[in-house]
Write a protein that binds this ligand. Structure first.
Ligand code: HEM
Ligand SMILES: *[C@@H]1O[C@H](CO)[C@@H](O)[C@H](O)[C@H]1NC(C)=O
Ligand SMILES: *[C@@H]1O[C@H](CO)[C@@H](O)[C@H](O)[C@H]1NC(C)=O
Length: 328
């Protein structure tokens, strides 16, 4: 006769089976520990080499992960080149003539595939790890990157144009945009802190420089020198005063009305805005910012990953594996 412990044993087995199924659907920081333990140290090395050549590359890689995750999840879709079947996200408004770092991703992919003996690490995971390694190399916090994302077989320029935030957005639009991705206004402020790194083109902030009032006068004057009313659209300005250091200068700049983009400055509106308190706090407390940034990066990295038997591990981050077959 079956004893109570017999039933208990079977219940345990079922829980274990369910847990195994579930774990294949979820990301894990140890995903590559057994299948390719060299993967993460290699990505770090290639990222650091690239940043040695050009310090800005860290910023560019961080932005790539963000722009990947905000368009149908963190699935490497931003890396796909234009083909008859792929409407490249690289040509979307927010990315064209702006998103960069693709050749570094290519290099990481080829080195990591060689070390792993084949296509083991997804392009989506490469972006997530490269973003973390870039932040660390520039003096920011570290975090355990969740891994096991697979790569998409599609891209959507239409969705990229719809889902990536624009620098002309006001606070309610930014909050709504982040909410649609499961991120709250605290995540919005923490992640906007990514603008402690890197540069923007004159065309991204020209209107603010000439037409807005919520801007420090001397700051506006100095921006106008490299960003004339007409022309100079590709001239770069730093997103905060220390663009190669992951620090709280971005938030201090916002409090001083020295945010570069309209979408930056709307996060702090002279003490009256709904996110002003968080901006003020981060401007005074580097640890609070670092902690929240790391937490929000993990949250962003969890947006709609492809797991289990969905998607694929691309051999070349720019192309879907099956595309060659379709030509025949
Ligand atoms: C809140 C909404 C956001 C808007 C409207 C926005 C918009 C922009 C714009 C317009 C640029 C300059 C592009 C150019 O002129 O070429 C830029 C650059 C950048 N963004 Fe954002 N961004 C947002 C959030 C984020 C987030 C969440 C991150 C990362 C966590 C991020 C990281 C960066 C970085 C690092 C750069 C500099 C890239 C480089 O120098 O290559 N941004 N962003
Ligand atoms: C300033 O605003 C006016 C009216 O919206 C616009 O026509 C003009 O192009 C803007 N100036 C710049 C430099 O963007
Ligand atoms: C330019 O700035 C003015 C003043 O803030 C604003 O009314 C207008 O909508 C802005 N134009 C664009 C294209 O962002």
């Amino acid at each position: 006769m079956a004893s109570p412990s017999f039933f208990f044993f079977h219940a345990l087995l079922m829980v274990a089976a369910l847990a195994t199924t579930a774990s294949s659907q979820h990301l894990s920081p140890t995903f590559y520990d057994k299948i390719c333990p060299k993967a993460l140290p290699i990505i770090k090395k290639v990222v650091e080499d690239a940043m040695q050549k050009e310090r800005r590359m860290g910023a560019s890689l961080l932005r790539l992960h963000f722009h990947d995750c905000f368009v149908n999840g963190c699935d490497g879709s931003i890396l796909l080149d234009d083909t008859v079947n792929i409407d490249s996200e690289k040509k979307a408004n927010a990315n064209i003539n702006s998103a960069r770092g693709f050749t570094v991703v290519d290099r990481i992919k080829s080195v990591v595939d060689k070390a792993c003996g084949g296509p083991v690490v997804s392009c989506a995971d490469i972006l997530a790890v490269a973003a973390r390694d870039s932040v660390v190399a520039l003096g920011g916090p570290t975090w355990k990157v969740q891994l096991g994302r697979r790569d998409s077989t599609t891209a959507s320029r239409t969705d990229a144009n719809k889902d990536l935030p624009s620098p002309t957005m006001d606070l309610p639009q930014l909050i709504q945009n982040f909410n649609k991705h499961g991120l709250n206004s605290r995540d919005l402020v923490a992640l906007s802190g990514g603008h402690t790194l890197g540069f923007a083109k004159c065309s991204s902030f020209k209107n603010r420089t000439y037409n807005e009032t919520n801007i420090n006068t001397n700051f506006a004057m100095s921006l106008r020198k490299s960003c004339p009313v007409s022309g100079g659209d590709n001239n770069l300005s730093p997103l905060d005063q220390t663009p190669a250091r992951f620090d709280i200068r971005y938030f201090q700049d916002l409090v001083g009305k020295k945010g570069l983009l309209h979408s930056d400055q709307v996060l702090f509106n002279g003490g009256r805005g709904s996110t002003d308190g968080i901006v003020k706090r981060y401007s005074l407390d580097a640890r609070a910012f670092s902690y929240d940034f790391a937490k929000s990066m993990v949250k962003m990295g969890n947006i709609k990953p492809l797991t289990g038997n969905k998607g694929q591990i691309r051999k070349n981050c720019r192309r879907v594996n099956s595309e060659k077959l379709k030509m025949f």
